[in-house]
Design a protein around this ligand. Structure first.
Ligand code: GLN
Length: 503
């Protein structure tokens, strides 16, 4: 195969070619590194290291030559710069960690490397994963490849832009309140946030530990299934909140013969989703949702009906409360997690200071950007004596009720569907001075995170300004296979996930 076409191929397709030895991992890696450099202006990558990536590719080629065949062997990916890596610097999008090198790999990074994936580099993100537009990165904003004047979503904006622009077939992301699903939606790719605890948080720079969860971002549900099978699994010695739950082969559960099938397909039965009840929360379809987004989502839902699913009206009555609850709990946990960046234990140290207190103060003021500083202050406030009961404790109680609302809903349906984001991607800078507008954009993703449920975004068409729209699917705990299978059936019947921006 001629190399100019290699970037058109997804994970499963590359794996098939690698297994057949039609192309080497080294060739794919070289091609994608050249493409990453050619499109540097997107701002997707924060670090590339040709020598490190090619060494991994050559190692994969040796394994392939020796006859080893595993579903991801030799396929490249790139990591959100929130996962620590030995071979590449890790910044979490912050000046605080400029030039930081971890002595170890995050569990997710190590697992994907063991599966034979080649790390192409580190991807830009909002500072400490705080943001919805990747405009809070201390290094550079990321541009949406569908329209460079627009944000790609956040905080995993580099991951989303790189996959959408076909710089890499797949990337890791993290989702604390929507950071996998929302950028996937705004760039027209597929992403899944698994059940809280499915993937180990060990080596993920912590933002809000009770919410943070890793997941794959790729072009299709099949590709996400392949990655998630390798990423997930208990890691109890290093992350006590990782779940002791067996990892399924999500790709096989799709009904596809995993990476080695010629197409992602199987047969196209029109009634593959017969019997599936899809719940539509009325709170997700209100006036706040842009008409173009609503139209694309409704059209996707009609497709699900054609595939045999039944749509049922449900209610998630505390959806609106998820914004204040999340923006109390997440900053509270962040204020605690980020205390380690003090210029002594970790992070930037100011060049000049008068005494210890002054050193802490100057180091943190210089190292953290404005959004992070704001959240540390909010978090410290809501946890402080006299305010803890009024804010933090109250938020925890409502969080529990939000989780109960979902369990109530799941008595009426199998999966929940709706928009991911109330609008398409906005212009870079448009919401920079308006934190409330930024936080409101998270309305449809936060409740899933607060409940710890799995959720995904799949491309569902285009809305205002011709920009991509994602459909959100939310499942009950451990129902990733059901979500991926539902998405896969939709992707067999539609081609939205194959659309790519012209670069
Ligand atoms: N947009 C949300 C925030 O700013 C979610 C971020 C995330 O999931 N990491 O906190």
């Amino acid at each position: 195969m001629s190399t100019p076409e290699l970037h058109q191929l997804g994970v499963a397709e590359l794996a098939t070619k690698l297994a057949a030895r039609e192309v080497s991992s080294t060739e794919i890696t070289q091609h994608l590194l050249a493409r990453a450099k050619a499109h540097e202006s997107l701002g997707a990558y924060l670090a590339l290291d040709e020598t490190a990536s090619l060494a991994q590719a050559r190692a994969a080629d040796v394994r392939l030559a020796a006859g080893e065949r595993t579903p991801l062997l030799g396929v490249p990916l790139a990591h959100k710069d929130i996962f620590v890596t030995r071979d590449f610097p890790t910044t979490a999008g912050s000046k605080m960690l400029e030039n930081y090198r971890s002595p170890f790999d995050a569990t997710v990074v190590a697992k994907l490397a063991e599966a034979g994936m080649v790390n192409l580099g580190k991807l830009n993100c909002d500072e400490f994963a705080m943001g919805s537009g990747n405009d809070n990165s201390a290094y550079s904003p990321v541009h949406n490849p569908w329209d460079r004047e627009r944000i790609p979503g956040g905080s995993s904006g580099g991951s989303a832009a790189a996959v959408a622009a076909r710089l890499v077939p797949a990337a890791t992301g993290t989702d604390t309140g929507g950071s996998i699903r929302q950028p996937a939606s705004l760039t027209g790719i597929t992403g899944i946030k698994p059940t809280y605890g499915r993937c180990s948080r060990y080596g993920m720079v912590a933002f809000a530990s009770s919410l943070d969860q890793a997941g794959p971002m790729a072009r299709s549900a099949l590709d996400c299934a392949l990655l998630l099978s390798a990423m997930a699994g208990p890691d109890l010695d290093r992350d006590s909140t990782s779940l002791d739950h067996p990892v399924e082969d999500f790709a096989i559960n799709l009904g596809a013969t995993a990476a080695f099938s010629e197409s992602a397909g199987g047969q196209k039965s029109l009634k593959n989703l017969q019997g599936l009840r899809i719940g539509l929360p009325k709170e997700f379809f209100g006036d706040g949702c842009a008409p173009g987004v609503q139209a694309a989502v409704r059209a996707a839902l009609a497709e699900f009906e054609r595939l045999g699913a039944t749509l049922v009206d449900i209610s998630l009555p505390r959806t609106e409360l998820s914004i204040p609850v999340y923006y109390i709990i997440a900053p509270a946990e962040a204020s605690s997690n980020l205390s380690r960046f003090d210029g002594v234990k970790f992070g930037h140290r100011a060049a000049q200071y008068t005494d210890l207190a002054d050193m802490y103060k100057k180091s943190r003021s210089e190292g953290f950007g404005p959004e992070v500083q704001k959240r540390i202050m909010i978090g410290t406030y809501v946890l402080s004596h006299g305010y803890y009961d009024a804010y933090y404790l109250q938020a925890q109680k409502i969080r529990r009720l939000i989780a109960q609302d979902f369990q109530q809903a799941f008595t009426q349906c199998d999966v929940i569907a709706g928009p991911v984001s109330p609008t398409v991607a906005w212009k870079i800078g448009e919401k920079s001075d308006d934190p409330v507008a930024n936080y409101l954009a998270d309305i449809y993703t936060l409740s899933t995170s607060l409940a710890g449920l799995p959720g995904m975004s799949i491309p569902a068409g285009f809305g205002e300004h011709g920009m991509p729209v994602g459909l959100q699917l939310i499942g009950n705990y451990f129902k990733e296979a059901q979500l991926l299978g539902t998405a896969h059936q939709f992707q067999l019947a539609t081609d939205w996930h194959t659309r790519a921006p012209v670069l």
